[in-house]
Design a protein around this ligand. Structure first.
Ligand SMILES: NC(=O)c1ccc[n+]([C@@H]2O[C@H](COP(=O)([O-])OP(=O)(O)OC[C@H]3O[C@@H](n4cnc5c(N)ncnc54)[C@H](OP(=O)(O)O)[C@@H]3O)[C@@H](O)[C@H]2O)c1
Length: 365
C-alpha cells in the first residue's frame, strides 16, 4: 500500500492545484444567488455558446427569457432544451439577424407587441475574424453585427427598458478591445486592406465606447449599462480561425485548454452576474473583466471618441433628420440631430456635436 502513497498524493495535489488554478483563471461561478422571477431578459445570439448558457442560467433563476437568434431551427432547439432542463416554460425563440437593420426593427416590433416590460438586455451575439463580409446594409460584418446592430437594437428598446426600471443593459466586449483602434475615415474597411483581427478589435472597442457614452446619456433614468469580457471560453466563436479547425488544438493543446479555456457554462457567469447581482444596482458605464471591475484600455476612456462614435453610428444608420434637445435631464443647451422614428420614443437617441463624420472612403473628396 505504502508504495502508492507518494504517487497518489502527488496526483491528488496536482489535480487540486489544477482545479484551483482553473478556478482562479476562469473566475469561477457567479457569486450572486439572486432569483429573478417576473423579470424579462432579452439575449442576442442565444442559440449556442455563452448566450445559450446565459439563457439557461437565467431561466433556472426564474426569468422570462427571449432568445434572439438568426437561425430559428437552432434557436427553437436551444429554447426547447432549456425549457426541458430548467422546467421554466417561459423561454421563447425569436428571430433577429443583427446583420440586417430590417430584421432588428422587426424583432423590436415583436418585443414591443408581446412583452409588457424588458428588464435586462444582453447584447451577446458576435462574430470573430470572419472574412471581409458585409452586412445586408453594407457595413463591415464584425463592426455591423458586434457593434452597430446592437447600437440600433439597444436604442430601439430604450423606451421599454426605461419603463421597466431599474433595468440593465449588458454589452459583451472582449479583452481584444485593448488592441482596438477606431478609424473614423474608414469604419467599414472600404478603403484599407482588410485585417480581420483588427476589425474584431475595432468592433469590441466600439462596444466599450458605446457603453460609456450610453451610460452618460442614461444618467438619472434608472437604466444602467455595463460592458464585460467573459474570459477565454471554448465556444464556436473561433469558427473562422485556422486554430479552431486544427488537429493540434483538439489533441496536443487540449490539456492546456482545460486550464485556460473555460466552458460556456463558466463563460456565461459574468453576464449572469451583471444581470442579477443586487450589489450592482445603479452601477453604470463600467467594464468588467470576467466579474472584476477594471479600467478598460486608455482609448476606451476617450470621451471625445465615444461621442464621435455615437454621432458616426447615427449617421451610418441613417438616423439623422430632426432637431431635439439633449436627453440628459439637467442639460438644457445641447442641440442634436436624430431620426424622428427614434426620438419619438427615445429622447436619449441624440447627438451633441456637429463634428463631421466620414464613414467610408466614398466620402473622401
Ligand atoms: N468565447 C470567447 O472566448 C469570448 C471572448 C471574449 C468575448 N466573447 C464574446 O462573447 C459573445 C458570445 O460569443 P461566444 O463565444 O458564445 O460565440 P459563439 O458560440 O460563436 O456564439 C455567437 C452567437 O452569436 C450569434 N450571431 C452571430 N452573428 C449573428 C447575427 N448576424 N445575428 C444574430 N446572431 C448572430 C451566433 O449565431 P449562429 O450560431 O447562428 O452563428 C451565436 O448564437 C460574443 O460577443 C463574443 O465576441 C467571447
Amino acid at each position: 500500500m505504502s508504495k502508492y502513497i507518494l504517487p497518489v498524493s502527488v496526483f491528488g495535489t496536482a489535480f487540486g492545484c489544477a482545479v484551483l488554478l482553473q478556478n482562479y483563471v476562469t473566475g469561477g461561478p457567479c457569486p450572486s444567488k439572486a432569483k429573478i422571477p417576473g423579470k424579462t431578459i432579452v439575449i442576442t445570439g442565444a442559440n449556442t455558446g455563452i448566450g445559450k448558457e446565459t439563457a439557461r442560467e437565467l431561466a433556472r433563476r426564474g426569468g422570462r427569457i427571449i432568445m434572439g437568434c438568426r437561425d430559428m431551427e437552432k434557436c427553437e432547439a436551444a429554447a426547447r432544451e432549456i425549457r426541458g432542463k430548467t422546467l421554466n416554460k417561459h423561454v421563447y425563440a425569436r428571430h433577429i439577424d443583427l446583420a440586417s437593420i430590417k430584421s432588428i426593427k422587426a424583432f423590436v416590433q415583436k418585443i414591443k407587441e408581446e412583452e409588457e416590460h424588458v428588464d435586462v438586455l444582453i447584447n451577446n451575439a458576435g462574430v470573430m475574424r470572419c472574412p471581409a463580409w458585409k452586412t445586408e446594409d453594407g457595413f463591415d460584418m464584425q463592426f455591423g453585427v458586434n457593434y452597430l446592430g446592437h447600437f440600433l437594437l439597444t436604442n430601439l428598446l430604450l423606451d421599454k427598458l426605461k419603463a421597466s426600471t431599474p433595468s440593465r443593459i449588458i454589452n459583451l466586449s472582449s479583452v481584444a478591445h485593448v488592441t482596438g483602434e477606431v478609424d473614423f475615415d474608414d469604419l467599414n474597411w472600404d478603403c484599407r486592406k482588410f485585417d480581420t483581427r483588427k476589425a474584431y478589435s475595432q468592433s469590441k472597442l466600439a462596444i466599450v465606447l458605446f457603453t460609456r457614452e450610453l451610460a452618460k446619456r442614461l444618467e438619472g433614468t434608472g437604466v444602467t449599462v455595463n460592458a464585460l469580457h467573459p474570459g477565454v471560453v471554448g465556444t464556436d466563436l473561433g469558427r473562422h480561425t485556422g486554430m479552431h479547425q486544427s488537429q493540434l488544438s483538439s489533441t496536443v493543446l487540449s490539456p492546456f485548454f482545460y486550464l485556460f479555456v473555460k466552458s460556456p457554462t463558466l463563460g456565461a457567469q459574468s453576464s449572469v452576474y451583471l444581470a442579477v447581482a443586487k450589489e450592482l444596482e445603479g452601477i453604470s458605464g463600467r467594464y468588467y473583466d470576467v466579474m472584476t471591475e477594471k479600467d478598460p484600455a486608455p482609448q476606451a476612456l476617450d470621451e471625445r471618441m465615444s461621442e464621435r462614435l455615437w454621432n458616426a453610428s447615427v449617421t451610418l444608420l441613417g438616423l439623422n433628420g430632426q432637431t431635439v434637445s439633449h436627453a440628459h435631464p439637467t442639460s438644457q443647451s445641447a442641440i442634436a440631430t436624430v431620426s424622428p422614428e427614434l426620438t419619438k420614443t427615445n429622447p436619449v437617441f441624440t447627438t451633441t456635436t456637429s463634428e463631421p463624420v466620414k464613414s467610408t472612403c466614398l466620402d473622401k473628396p
